[in-house]
Design a protein around this ligand. Structure first.
Ligand code: AMP
Ligand code: ZN
Length: 478
């Protein structure tokens, strides 16, 4: 079997074949955070999904260039900067830092490139100019530049590729200035927004006057600059399908940088929302938890990561604290089993012919090959855990086979990044995990006195802090 993914563009499952003629390199872009505020765990569901995709591609031998932008200028940010009487940089760098600390805490790999919109203004201006040159962008008397859907369609393109849109009701020339709008208000959208007094100091000069870029053009410019005009994968949450991704396709393809017949993006993948009582977790509804909220309740980054990865990425599910408790006990079952296997293995080296190794790896790979079917992958993992536990209890597993089983899990855990099985010290009591989380937070805010005090308190209880690819973990000392 090889990887198949559900492509929003064709609304069907497709075999994943990268554009690279060597079949090795993969360009992957995931729309990153808008750094107006602390991200909530709904946002992180999407980023954990893209981390899982990247890790699985790497596991399958692809060399992934993973780009995740930071939207550090758009409508909401400007409102916050005004309200907080601060500067754009001061505001966005604070939330950007918090975002990356949380991302690390959730065991996500750092993307290969993290472009900020404000650092790509020349590329953005170049792209807007290309759209003007092709007669698809047009200026308005106030110094803004808009994208004409009518001209785009007349040039032979289809607006409404990722979803069906009723373009019959489209009134040529009608415009929408906001970065976010719904299907009912399809209209020409802003590429460049002329400076208005409310923008304060947030503006750049351009051939059309002072102003700032629209949100959609930022992602088109940054993705094409870093990955080329045609690349393999574009990911994001399902709320980005319209207008953001539809507009990205329109801008990028209308500018005409692709070779004839080539698309801007080959596969579009969209993650379903994390819900709370049936409604999308969002800042505007106020029904959200941040990672920090949950760490303060004593949960750990890996438990939250596990929960966010527990359902198929195209299925929405409700977040509850009970669900998180469930994630804790499921993870505890894996940890227990690995601790017992480690104990049984002692210092033995793995035997090569162990069957459980083959079963676990092949089973998980087969499940993930099928559009990242994690539900099936967890069924394989927990069947393997049961099988290992049975063999351990009946004392019919050799030290070599136990070592092989641990090795199999480590291989699989490069994809899941849960860090399970790396500690040989048994389960960490939740209150100590909470102390570790507190130390991380202290380090984040550069309160080193506090972080050292926590480290010493842990040490006094015979626990040391160990850095792993999934973030810091506690290990029993001595
Ligand atoms: P934003 O910072 O608002 O631009 O969102 C960052 C990412 O989080 C985008 O890919 C959104 O689609 C995604 N997102 C926002 N809310 C949720 C949610 N409740 N569940 C899953 N993903 C979400
Ligand atoms: Zn984007």
């Amino acid at each position: 079997m090889s990887l198949r993914v559900f492509n929003t563009l064709s609304r069907s499952m497709e075999a994943f074949v990268p554009l690279d003629p060597q079949g090795k390199g993969v360009g992957m872009y995931c729309c990153g955070p808008t750094v107006h505020d602390v991200a909530h765990i709904g946002n992180f569901r999407t980023f954990v999904f893209s981390d899982l995709m990247r890790r699985f591609l790497e596991h399958r031998g692809y060399k992934v260039r993973h780009v995740m932008n930071v939207t550090d200028v758009e409508d909401k940010i400007i409102q916050r900067v005004r309200a907080g009487k601060t500067t754009l940089k001061a505001h966005t760098s604070k939330y950007e830092e918090a975002f990356f600390a949380d991302l690390e805490r959730l065991g996500c790999l750092k993307p290969t490139h993290i472009p900020r919109a404000t650092e790509f203004i020349p590329a953005i201006l170049e792209l807007i100019q290309a759209l003007l040159d092709r007669g698809i962008g047009y200026g308005t008397p106030d110094g803004s530049v808009y994208f004409s859907i009518e001209k785009y369609r007349r040039a032979g393109f289809r607006y409404g590729q990722l979803l069906s849109l009723n373009t019959d009701e489209l009134r040529p020339g009608e415009r929408v200035a906001a970065d976010e709008y719904g299907k009912e208000s399809i209209a020409d959208f802003a590429l460049w927004k002329a400076r208005v007094p409310e923008d304060g100091d947030v503006y750049w000069s351009s051939p059309w006057g002072e102003g700032r870029p629209g949100w959609h053009i930022e992602c088109s410019a940054m993705s094409m600059k870093l990955l080329g005009p045609s690349f393999d994968l574009h990911l994001g949450g399902e709320d980005l399908i319209f207008p953001h991704h539809e507009d990205e396709i329109a801008q990028s393809e209308a500018a005409g940088a692709q070779c004839p017949g080539c698309r801007f993006v080959k596969y579009w993948m969209h993650g379903a929302h994390l819900l709370v009582e049936g409604k999308k977790m969002s800042k505007s509804l106020g029904n959200y938890f941040t990672l920090r909220d949950l760490l303060a309740k004593g949960f750990t980054g890996r438990e939250i990561r596990f929960l966010l990865m527990s359902a198929h990425y195209r299925e929405s599910f409700n977040f509850t604290l009970e669900g998180l408790q469930g994630a804790r006990s499921a993870l505890g079952r894996i940890d227990d089993c690995l601790n017992r296997l480690n104990e049984r293995a002692g210092g033995a080296t793995a035997s090569s012919e162990d069957l459980s190794r083959a079963d676990l790896c092949a089973g998980v790979e087969e499940a993930l090959d099928h559009d990242l079917n994690v539900a099936q992958a967890w069924a394989v993992v927990f069947e393997w855990v049961r099988e290992c536990n049975r063999a351990l209890s009946e004392a019919r597993i050799s030290a070599e086979a136990a070592a092989a089983a641990v090795g199999a899990w480590r291989r699989i855990d490069k994809i899941f990044a849960l860090g399970a099985g790396f500690s040989s010290g048994g389960e960490v009591p939740p209150e100590l995990e909470a102390m570790l989380a507190e130390r991380q937070e202290a380090r984040r805010v550069k309160d080193f006195k506090r972080s050292d005090a926590i480290r010493d308190a842990l040490k006094a209880q015979n626990w040391i802090i160990e850095d792993t690819p999934a973030g810091p973990r506690l290990k029993k000392s001595g």
